[in-house]
Design a protein around this ligand. Structure first.
Ligand code: NAD
Length: 289
């Protein structure tokens, strides 16, 4: 099990307030990693807040999991985490790709602010999990949708990976994991920006890996299939469509956020040291059918 231990490592996770990102944060913490959660800012505050300050804090954009519940879930899991892990939070709107690093709460401020609150000013693992989807027929697709989706799903992961690369390459060590999609490989219907962003993120994963894997920094992706999270609320509330999809998935069920605990630990740990530029499909067999 030492292969999967993350003791002494620190992970920065976007999209950690709910869904897959939350499950990944908990899994990383259970494996012993310190975790720094990137959450969307409360409207009245953009300050860095550490776990000690967060007992009553909530991510106002999260419909299901208040930050306090996330933190208590992490600290009360029966199998871990290793005692004494450090949990910190940086509030940021990662769709804001223009605000400078030293002001505001845009994506460029995330890495420098995170380094100030994590132990030993060191980040070993970056998980780019935050993502959004906007749906409309392509002929009517609003330009604002395009910009929001591309900024959140592609430009922001690049800017964070770039900051991580500058920090990790001199130490010849680091793991970057990008949350892709089945639409990294397929076009989908009426989600042109999402498909373009996730296709681009898959290629970005390979491009960064090609440059950095010889220097000890591995860049990989995970492509979820149909996962029961808020992102799929409309589908989950449509019983006929749900049944249709279940029938099409070889595993005969939707995935859950917990299905990503294993894949994230694999790609974040030394268990995957020779896996470079790969996008791991976690979809109950959908792609193979
Ligand atoms: P979700 O909607 O449940 O969670 C998305 C997270 O991203 C939330 O924590 C949200 O606060 C955060 N986020 C969104 N915009 C943000 C912003 N501007 N600034 C900061 N944080 C922001 O989604 P999920 O289902 O958990 O998906 C996680 C990742 O997996 C996404 O990248 C998604 O595209 C990808 N994915 C999900 C599925 C699925 O079926 N759920 C399928 C394929 C890929």
């Amino acid at each position: 099990m030492e292969l999967f231990s993350l003791e002494g490592k620190t992970a920065l996770i976007t999209g950690a307030s709910r869904g897959i990102g939350r499950a990944c944060a908990i899994a990383l913490a259970q494996a012993g990693a310190n975790i720094c959660l990137v959450l969307r800012p409360p409207s009245d505050s953009t300050q860095d807040i550490t776990s000690a300050d967060l007992k009553d804090g909530e991510d106002p954009y999260s419909s299901v999991i208040p930050t306090s519940a996330l933190l208590s879930a992490i600290s009360s899991t029966s199998t871990g985490p290793a005692k004494g892990i450090h949990v910190s939070v940086v509030y940021a709107d990662i769709s804001d790709t223009t605000s400078p690093a030293d002001s505001g709460s845009g994506v460029k401020s995330v890495f420098p602010r995170a380094l100030k609150v994590v132990p030993a000013e060191q980040i070993d693992i970056l998980v780019n999990c935050a993502g959004i989807q906007r749906r409309a027929p392509s002929v009517e697709f609003p330009e604002s949708f395009w910009d929001d989706v591309l900024n959140t799903n592609l430009k922001s992961p690049f800017l964070l990976a770039q900051a991580a690369g500058k920090h990790m390459l001199p130490r010849q060590s680091g793991k970057i994991i990008n949350f892709c999609s089945l639409l990294t490989f397929q076009g989908g219907l009426t989600v042109p920006a999402y498909a373009a962003s996730k296709g681009g993120l898959g290629q970005l994963t390979k491009a960064l890996s090609n440059e950095w894997s010889s220097q000890g920094v591995q860049v990989n992706g995970i492509a979820p299939g149909y996962i029961a999270t808020d992102m799929n609320e409309a589908l989950l509330n449509n019983p006929a469509r749900l049944q249709q999809l279940n029938d099409r998935i070889p595993a005969q069920r939707w995935g859950t956020p917990g299905d990503f605990a294993g894949p994230i630990l694999f790609l974040a740990s030394q268990a995957s040291n020779y896996v470079c530029g790969e996008v791991l499909v976690v979809d109950g067999g959908w792609m193979g059918r």
